[in-house]
Structure formats: C-alpha cells, structure tokens
Design a protein. Structure first.
Length: 410
C-alpha cells in the first residue's frame, strides 16, 4: 500500500499544477478576449474614419464653388461631425486635404485622415498600447453645362412669382462655379427668349437677366425646352472630359401654347388658357397677340382664322381647335421635346410653383422622375420638386442645386 503521506504530497502537487494551469488558461482567455475587444475597437474606429473621410471629400467637392479654402473648412467640419470614436483616440485626428486636376481638367479632392486609437487590454504589451488608423478618399467634381428655363407667363404676376423668382435664381446659380461650369438662361411665355447664351463666367449676367424678365402671355413650354436643348448641344465636349449636361425647367402653370401653321402657311403660336375655353394667337417673333383673337371658338372668328377649325396633333390625330385641346397638345409636344433632351443624355430637373395651378404629373414626366407613370429607367433620371408658394422658391431651387451637385460628384 502507498503510504498516506505520499498520497497527500502527490495530491498537493497535482492541486498546484491545476492552479498553475488554470491561471494560464485564465490569462490566455483574457488575452483572447482582450484581443477581440481591441480588434473590434480598431475596426469600428476604421469604419468611422472611412465614413467621415468619404463625407468630407464629397462636402469639399460640392463647395468648390466657394473656393478651395472654404471647401477645406467645410470638409473639416463635416469630418469632425461624422467621426465618432468615443474616448478611444489618444490624439486628435489629423486631416490632410489637397487638390489636383485630372487629365480631363476636372478638379479632384484628395483626403488623408489619420487617428491614434488607445487599446484597452493589449496595452499591457508596450508596443500595442496604441494603434494608428487611417483612411484615404478622392472625389472628382465633373464640369456642368446647364440651361435654366424660366416661365415668364402672365400668371407669374398674380402669384408673386415674378417678385420671388429672381432672388431664387441668383441664389441657385451661386452654388456653381464661374470658372468651371457653363450656363445659359432661356425664358418662355407666348414665345421664347434666349436671355443669356451659354457661357463662362455666367453668374452676374444670369442674375441680371433673371431680374429683368417681364411677365405676360401664355405658356409655350415646348419652345423653352427646345431652345435649352440647342444651347446645351452647342457645347462640344472633348473626348475623355467628364461633363454633365442639365436642363432645369421652371413653370407655374400648364403647357397651354404650341406653334402651328394656319391657314395659308403662316406660322402662329396658339395658346389656350390654363382654365376655361378661350384662346389666343400670337406672333412667334414678337409674342404680341394678333387683333381680335381673344375669343371663343363657338363665337365669331377673325377673318384670318376662318379655316382654323381643326389641327393635326403631333401624334397624327386631327383635333378640334379649342383651348382644351391646345393645352393637351402643348403638353404632348413638351413631353416629346423632353424625351429628345433625355435621349441626348441630358438630365432634366423640373420645378413647379403653386398648389393646384401646376400639373405635377406633367412635371414628373418631363423630368423622368421615378414616380412618373411614364418613367423610363433607360433614360437619365431627373426629379421634379414643387414650391407651394412663391416664398418657397428659394428653398426649392436650393434643393435642386444640391441634387445637381450630387450628380456632379464621383
């Protein structure tokens, strides 16, 4: 038999070995847990850094119109607002922002962000007390060619639009770059005007032209869109250059006017009213109404209108001449022109003023908004937004400016 004192000594020895093994296992478990916790901390800090750097680069690009110094300032503010790392950073994060120009002449923002992160458990090993996390982002700001198409019909004088529109336009164009972008201004009523041909710089002359508009007549939307397309088409984009072409279309009413030839091969602009059944015939050059033409088709007609009983629609059908059909035709032709614009790979943004006076469905179709009943995913996708009153125009135009700047950034 084994002596009792030998058993006791062996038991104590085994117990001591178990305690040592247990201590080692606990230490290893703590090390594994510590590594897991610290790895998660580093990962989360890196993810936060990536998100903040991306936001900063986009912010810098969208504010280049204010100059690089201001773009850097707002990018830094964006980074600070987005980089949430709790109390883990041992030093304040460092942001390095530089600007360059690519081969296509587009401005590129380059951002490098670094931060030193404290560890919780691995700090028992001196070399692992801190880790550096870093992130790099670049963003390119494409050049813009834009035609601004403004409604100057008579109804703009009755809803205060004529008062508020110039200021909204001035603020809107301030978001773009006089030295990088090109802009034109087109206006329409019973006829169309090229108020400012596409140019660079543009801010001062466009703001002045918008402030000088006079308001009267019908709503020849098709003409405004056609002239805008011609302006954008006139800018030839060199191969390899990153340029986005945009049409911004603003109206407060219905597309109630179109151009036709009556009765002896003479061209007139013919328009109905937004409501009711009256019509008017306008000179396509001056926009002046021809004498005695504000009448009902059911009543007496001027001598030069005696054969204007019907017209052939753009869809090939023959329609009776009345204001309702004129409104339908004006809208149909405007939508056809908008389709041609998008086929030319141009974006359309539409802005409508007024609650019940503007046809929202029509403007959704003009822009190829995703909510449109005729939405075509194979064409450039724009947006339509609406200002309930003229006081809302500033905010609405700024909303569109933000959306355009987003499309310019990549």
């Amino acid at each position: 038999m084994t002596p009792l004192h030998h058993l006791s000594r062996r038991s104590r020895k085994e117990t001591g070995q178990t305690l040592v093994f247990f201590a080692i296992m606990v230490l290893m478990l703590m090390l594994v847990v510590g590594m897991t916790v610290d790895a998660a901390t580093i990962y989360l800090s890196k993810a936060a850094m990536d998100k903040a750097i991306d936001a900063a680069s986009l912010t810098a690009v969208r504010n280049l119109f204010q100059g690089q110094a201001r773009a850097t300032e707002v990018a830094q503010a964006s980074f600070t607002a987005n980089y949430r790392c709790g109390g883990q950073s041992s030093t304040a994060p460092v942001l390095n922002i530089t600007y360059s120009v690519d081969a296509a002449g587009n401005t590129v923002v380059n951002i490098l962000g670094t931060s030193v992160v404290n560890t919780y458990f691995l700090r028992i090993v001196p070399r692992f007390q801190t880790f550096q996390v870093s992130s790099v982002a670049t963003a390119t700001r494409a050049k813009l060619v834009m035609s601004l198409v403004l409604d100057r019909s008579g109804s703009m004088s009755g809803n205060n639009g004529s008062v508020k529109l110039p200021g909204a336009v001035a603020t809107f164009i301030s978001f773009f770059d006089d030295n990088m972008d090109k802009v034109s201004l087109v206006s329409f009523a019973s006829t169309t005007n090229l108020n400012v041909s596409v140019r660079q710089p543009f801010k001062s002359v466009v703001a002045t032209a918008a402030n000088s508009l006079t308001y009267s007549g019908g709503t020849y939307s098709e003409g405004g869109l056609k002239l805008a397309k011609r302006q954008n088409d006139s800018v030839i984009v060199p191969a390899g250059e990153n340029v986005i072409k945009v049409v911004v279309f603003f109206t407060d009413g219905l597309a109630n006017t179109f151009q036709g030839t009556w009765p002896t091969n003479k061209t007139y602009n013919v328009g109905g009213t937004d409501s009711g059944n009256s019509y008017a015939i306008f000179s396509p050059s001056s926009g002046n109404q021809l004498p005695n033409n504000q009448t009902m088709f059911s009543g007496p007609s001027p001598s030069y209108c005696t054969t204007m009983s019907t017209f052939v629609s753009t869809n090939g059908t023959t329609k009776t001449c009345n204001a309702t059909n004129f409104r339908t035709e004006g809208q149909l032709r405007s939508l056809g022109t908008a389709n041609e614009i998008r086929d030319a790979n141009m974006l359309i943004f539409a802005i409508g003023l007024g609650g019940g006076s503007v046809d929202q469905s029509f403007l959704h179709k003009i822009a190829n908004d995703t909510t449109s009943s005729t939405f075509n995913p194979n064409q450039p996708i724009g947006e339509a937004v609406f200002a309930a009153t003229a006081n809302d125009l500033q905010m609405t135009f700024q909303q569109i400016a933000s959306k355009i700047l987003l499309r310019l950034t990549r």
